[in-house]
Ligand binder design. Structure first.
Ligand SMILES: [Zn+2]
Length: 495
C-alpha cells in the first residue's frame, strides 16, 4: 500500500516519507521527509501516562489508536495529517476564489509537527516554494477555546427572542458574555501545565449540549482553517524573507515576525479566504460570525501556545488582542459585536493561563476534582498532581534552590547542589552540565537563535539527572525545579 496523498486544491499526488526527486521544489522535497514519527510519539505518550498511573486515559488512547488503524484513511499517515491536508485544500480553494495565482498556491505545502519548538510558521525556500509547519499543540488548544465560545453562543440562542435580545443587550453593556472565566482558566491552565511538565496534550472537557457540541465543531473547523490559512497567506503574499536581517540557523526561519503590516495582511487574506470558502459551500448558517470567532480562537490558541509553553523565540506572532482588534475592522457589525463579547471575556483568562511567575494563579484541583463542570477519565489524584506541579512552576528562585538542596540531602547526589551553585552565579551552561545534560545538547539549549520550550529543557535535565544516578522517583520533581531555575536565568531577549 502506497502513501500517495492527493492534496485537495493542487491536483498533485504527494507522498510524505517517500522518495525525493530532483525536479521537485525544495519545500516539497523537505515535506516528504517530515512525516512525524507518530509511533515513537505514541510510545512516549504511553510511557508518560503509565508513569502517571492514568489507566483510563491510557486505555482510551490505545482504543483511539486501534480505531484509527482500522479506518480507510490510514494513507494519510495519521488523523491529524489527513485533517490538515483537507483543510489546507479548502483554504487554497478560498484563496483561488479571491484571485490568488494557482501556480503560487501549488508551491506551498503544509505539515504538522510533534516537536513543540514552533507554533506555526512558513519556511520560504530560494526556489520560491514554501513549507508551512503547525504544531499539534496549537490544535489541542483550539478545542477548549472553541467549546467555551460555543457554550456561550448556545445559551444565548436557547432563549426566546425577547430574552435573547435582552441578554445580548446586557452582555454588550457589560462588555462580555457571562461565561465562567474561572472555568476557562482552569481548562487552559490544565493544558499548559500538562504540556510544560509532561509534554502531553491533555484536556479536561467541559460537557456541552448536543447543539453546543455542533457549534464547537464548527468554530474549531474555522479556527484550524485560519491557522493554516495565515501561514499559506504569507506564501501567497510573497512574504518570503524575515525582516530584520539575522535569521536563525538550523532550518528555523519564521516569517511571522514583528512586522505588523505583514501579519495583518496575512490575517486579512486568511480570514477572507475562509469566509469565501464557507459562503461557497453554502451549508453553514451565520458564516461571518463563525469565521470571525474561529479566527479569534485561532489567534488566542497561538498566543497562549507561544506565551505559555516557550522560553525563547516562540513569540513569532503579535499578541492576540492586537491582531483581533485589527481584524475586527474588516468584519460586518453583527460578527464584530458577538466576537468582541468573547474577546473581553476570554483574554484575561488566557493571559492568566500563560503566566508562570511567582504569585500567579494556579490550577485549583480541589474545585474541579469530581466536579460536574468537567469530564475527565483521570482520577482526582492526577488533578492534584497537576496542581502540585503548577505550584512548583510558580515558586521564586530561592524556594526552588532550597527544594533542590533538600533532594540532594535525601539522595546524596552532589551534582544537584553543584548545579544550584552554578545557577546562582549565573552560569546556566555549568548548571546544565552538572545536572548531566550533554555538552552539545547544552549548547543547543543555550543557543539564543533557536526556539526553546520549557518542556524541552525539563526533559533534557530529567534524562541527565537519571544518568547521574538520581533515583527515578525524584526525577520529575527535580527536573521541574531545575528547569524553572534555568527559565529564570534565560529570559527571552524580546521580552
Ligand atoms: Zn504570520
Amino acid at each position: 500500500m502506497g502513501k500517495d496523498r492527493p492534496i485537495p486544491g493542487t491536483g498533485q499526488p504527494l507522498s510524505q516519507g517517500g522518495a525525493v526527486t530532483n525536479e521537485e521544489n525544495l519545500a516539497l522535497q523537505l515535506w516528504r521527509t517530515l512525516e512525524p514519527d507518530r509511533d515513537a510519539w505514541s510510545e512516549h505518550v504511553r510511557e508518560r501516562l503509565a508513569e502517571l498511573g492514568a489507566e483510563a486515559h491510557l486505555s482510551r488512547f490505545d482504543g483511539n489508536a486501534a480505531e484509527w488503524g482500522d479506518s480507510p484513511w490510514t494513507h494519510h499517515g495519521s488523523p491529524v495529517a489527513g485533517m490538515v491536508q483537507e483543510l489546507a485544500g479548502q483554504v487554497k480553494n478560498g484563496m483561488a476564489a479571491l484571485g490568488a495565482e494557482p501556480a503560487r498556491l501549488s508551491t506551498v505545502y503544509v505539515t504538522t509537527t510533534l516537536q513543540h519548538d514552533v507554533s506555526a510558521q512558513l519556511q520560504p525556500f530560494p526556489d520560491g516554494s514554501g513549507l508551512v509547519t503547525i504544531a499539534d499543540s496549537v490544535f489541542g488548544l483550539i478545542s477548549p477555546l472553541a467549546r467555551h465560545a460555543a457554550a456561550a453562543l448556545d445559551r444565548l440562542n436557547s432563549r426566546p427572542a425577547p430574552a435573547r435580545i435582552a441578554r445580548s443587550y446586557w452582555a454588550a453593556a457589560r462588555g462580555s458574555l457571562a461565561e465562567d472565566p474561572d472555568l476557562l482558566f482552569a481548562l487552559l491552565r490544565y493544558y499548559t501545565v500538562n504540556q510544560r511538565v509532561f509534554g502531553l496534550a491533555a484536556n479536561l472537557v467541559r460537557p456541552l449540549t448536543t447543539r453546543a457540541e455542533n457549534i464547537a465543531l464548527l468554530i474549531s473547523h474555522f479556527a484550524f482553517q485560519f491557522v493554516i490559512g495565515h501561514e499559506i497567506a504569507h506564501h501567497v503574499l510573497a512574504h518570503g524573507s524575515a525582516p530584520g536581517g539575522a535569521q536563525p540557523s538550523g532550518g528555523h526561519l519564521p516569517v511571522c515576525s514583528e512586522d505588523q503590516r505583514r501579519e495583518l495582511e496575512a490575517d486579512l487574506l486568511a480570514h477572507r479566504a475562509v469566509l469565501a470558502e464557507a459562503r461557497a459551500g453554502g451549508s453553514v448558517a451565520h458564516p461571518s460570525v463563525l469565521a470571525l470567532l474561529g479566527a479569534f480562537v485561532a489567534m488566542v490558541a497561538i498566543h497562549l501556545s507561544e506565551r505559555g509553553l516557550f522560553l525563547r523565540y516562540g513569540f513569532t506572532h503579535p499578541t492576540a488582542a492586537s491582531r483581533a482588534e485589527r481584524l475586527y475592522g474588516e468584519a460586518d457589525p453583527q460578527a464584530r459585536l458577538v466576537t468582541r463579547l468573547f474577546t473581553n471575556a476570554l483574554l484575561p483568562a488566557v493571559e492568566s493561563a500563560a503566566t508562570f511567575a511567582p504569585g500567579a494563579t494556579v490550577f485549583d484541583a480541589d474545585r474541579y476534582a469530581g466536579s460536574p463542570l468537567i469530564d475527565t477519565p483521570q482520577p482526582s489524584q492526577y488533578l492534584h498532581t497537576i496542581a502540585g506541579c503548577d505550584r512548583l512552576l510558580c515558586r521564586p528562585p530561592g524556594f526552588l534552590m532550597t527544594k533542590l538542596g533538600e533532594v540532594a540531602d535525601v539522595t546524596g547526589l552532589p551534582a544537584l547542589r553543584a548545579g544550584v551553585a552554578a545557577i546562582d552565579s549565573g552560569d546556566t551552561g555549568g548548571a546544565l552540565r552538572s545536572w548531566g545534560v550533554r555538552p552539545d545538547v547544552t549548547a543547543g539549549l543555550l543557543d539564543a537563535a533557536q526556539p526553546l520550550t520549557f518542556h524541552t529543557v525539563l526533559e533534557e535535565i530529567r534524562k541527565g539527572l537519571l544518568r547521574q544516578g538520581l533515583p527515578a522517583e525524584h526525577g520529575r520533581l527535580s527536573a521541574i525545579v531545575a528547569a524553572k531555575l534555568v527559565e529564570f536565568n534565560i529570559a527571552d531577549p524580546r521580552q
